[in-house]
Design a protein around this ligand. Structure first.
Ligand SMILES: Cc1cc2nc3c(=O)[nH]c(=O)nc-3n(C[C@H](O)[C@H](O)[C@H](O)COP(=O)(O)OP(=O)(O)OC[C@H]3O[C@@H](n4cnc5c(N)ncnc54)[C@H](O)[C@@H]3O)c2cc1C
Ligand code: FES
Length: 523
């Protein structure tokens, strides 16, 4: 399977050259096999290789071709889900461990950058949290008290964020946050993994993953890996059917990159507090006299597959940005990506529930996947090395957080509602209505068909039934993908799976001899 990708491009994809690796077609064995070459998988592989373990990394795209290439790469202990909320859900000690682990993750990234001399623009900077104009300051006051209880005592309330063009009013200042270029960081990790004897294979889809005395990973390119342990770092686990996917929800989020004169906005990280919130940072592009800044602004999230109005969302982000930053010259980038929101605010990192002891997962990052992915590396390395780790319990994928039951019930109801698509009419009545370069769902008898007409006019048809748990996929006009509204699986226009939890392609619909169409494999 050769993986195809979404249409939009991030600033990182345009400003880094990620090395190409070959695919795996042989039988090999190793201490640890890591599936997924994003930040979670690459950090885990690097740390295990540094411990002297032999590691193999498999990815069905290129290195960083998943969400790590689409992130905005704020490195923070200022968490999305607010410390007062984490305290309510996980207790004061849980919130303290969350603060400790994210702080440790930023420190670990800084140490790896230094140790391996990775040129990835890592820098420390302040982060500012502010409320929208006219809104109560209560959330800031509650958060300030909670972060102090969690041990982050250097956070303070300031009069406003350091913008000349817009007065936000009071804000919380989080010192010593970080940012970097995520693909340059992964490129450095790849070099270091290989220097330590690790092997990386790309274009290699893992279609069977089994734990046991010897874990066994079968790939679609014919390669087979046997390993002492397997780490499934595929952003959302492709080896788990239900346990995790009822405890997290997939959201699409949108980003614009606005060209601004270099130095015209103070370099820092910024977030506001609505749901969804805005997240802002600055990236310098180009060198010398040609250098300029790109103001990266994200937000406008919605549940994956439940809306298809990206242009409206980019428009809203642009208006929000131009209102605050009149120095914006043009919008150079527009991209989207998927974020996994856990119902209780913390990632799921550790042993895969109801599986063999040597199968590990990392998922449920929320908007803090750079640090959660790094925590995954630190924690899973300790688990595999047989060491105790104080964060094991708060990130345990098997945990049930009783206080998160209302959120769990809300998400479960939302998923249940998506199954009504099995019986409602499709988007179009006939293939003729589908324009070149577009896709639509059509009813044919009792079945739902995903119809894509490619730019040359050829029609491709697939069963619209998601390979995970049978919801009906939806067309995503921005990315030319089929997105599942239930748990966030995504497929490219030609039905190839590009994002779990599904791990196989949409079934093709074949033309039967009598002219009727039927799904491949049906009678
Ligand atoms: C727009 C956006 C902004 C964000 N901003 C931030 C931020 O500022 N700070 C922050 O901390 N986090 C942020 N996040 C979240 C963060 O980017 C992600 O949580 C993180 O990148 C996930 O990393 P990962 O390694 O788990 O997954 P990925 O980077 O998605 O890597 C998973 C890899 O697994 C591969 N794969 C999947 N299935 C298979 C298979 N069967 N076989 C082989 N390979 C497979 C994929 O090809 C992919 O390369 C943001 C996310 C988005 C989308
Ligand atoms: S992602 Fe679960 S049914 Fe599609």
């Amino acid at each position: 399977m050769k993986k195809s990708f979404e249409q939009s491009r991030s600033v990182w994809m345009d400003t880094a050259e990620v090395p190409l690796e070959s695919s795996l077609s042989e039988r090999i064995s190793t201490d640890v096999c890591v599936v997924g070459a994003g930040i979670a998988g690459m950090t885990t592989a690097y740390l295990l290789a540094a411990e002297g373990k032999s590691v193999v990394v498999l990815d069905d795209g290129p290195i960083g071709g998943g969400m790590t290439g689409r992130t905005t790469a704020h490195l923070v202990n200022a968490l999305d889900d607010r410390y007062f909320e984490l305290e309510r859900l996980h207790g004061e000690e849980g919130a303290r461990l969350a603060a400790e682990s994210h702080t440790a993750a930023i420190n670990a990234i800084e140490a790896v950058v230094k140790q391996e001399a990775i040129d990835c623009e890592f820098e420390r900077l302040d982060g500012y949290l502010f409320v929208p104009p006219g809104e109560s300051q209560k959330i800031l006051n509650d958060e300030l008290e909670a972060v102090h209880r969690a041990g982050l005592t250097d956070i303070e309330k300031v009069e406003r964020v350091p913008w000349d063009t817009y007065d936000t009013g009071p804000a919380l200042r989080f010192p010593r946050q970080g940012q970097f270029h995520p693909l340059k960081y992964l490129t450095g990790l790849a070099r270091a993994i290989k220097q330590k004897g690790g092997r990386i294979y790309t274009g290699t889809h893992a279609n069977e993953i089994e734990g046991g005395k010897q874990a066994r990973i079968e790939t679609i390119t014919g390669g087979v890996v046997t390993a002492g342990a397997v780490v499934v770092a595929t952003n959302t686990p492709v080896n788990d059917l239900i346990a995790i996917h009822t405890k997290q929800a997939a959201y699409q989020t949108y980003v614009i990159g606005a060209r601004i004169p270099k130095g015209s906005v103070t370099r820092a990280l910024y977030w506001d507090t609505p749901d969804p919130y805005h997240y802002i940072r600055i990236e310098t592009v180009g060198k010398g006299a040609k250098a300029h800044d790109v103001l990266i602004v994200g937000g406008e999230d919605h549940k994956t597959g439940q809306q298809d109005d990206a242009n409206k969302r980019f428009g809203a982000l642009e208006r929000w940005t131009r209102h605050r930053f009149p120095m914006v010259e043009s919008i150079e980038y527009r991209w989207s990506g998927e974020v996994m929101e856990p119902v209780d605010g913390l990632a799921f990192i550790g042993r895969n529930p109801m599986d063999k002891d040597n199968v590990f997962i990392a998922t449920g990052d929320s908007g803090n996947g750079m640090t959660h992915g790094t925590i995954a590396g630190l924690l899973i390395t300790d688990l595999i090395m047989g060491r105790k780790n104080a964060w094991e319990k708060i990130y345990d994928p098997s945990r049930v957080t009783l206080k998160a039951l209302p959120e769990f019930a809300k998400e479960s109801l939302n998923v249940a509602m998506q199954y009504t698509d099995l019986v409602v009419a499709g988007d179009v009545d006939s293939v003729d209505e589908v324009k070149a370069g577009a896709g639509a769902i059509m009813s044919r008898g009792l079945s739902k068909v995903a119809v894509y007409r490619d730019p040359e006019g050829e029609v491709h048809e697939f069963s619209a039934v998601c390979r995970h748990l049978g919801c009906i996929v939806k067309w995503n006009t921005l990315e030319n993908t089929w997105d599942c509204p239930c748990h966030g699986s995504r497929y490219d226009s030609l039905g190839k799976v590009i994002q779990g939890p599904a791990n196989s392609d949409l079934e093709e619909v074949e033309q039967a001899a009598d002219g009727r169409r039927q799904t491949a494999g049906s009678g």
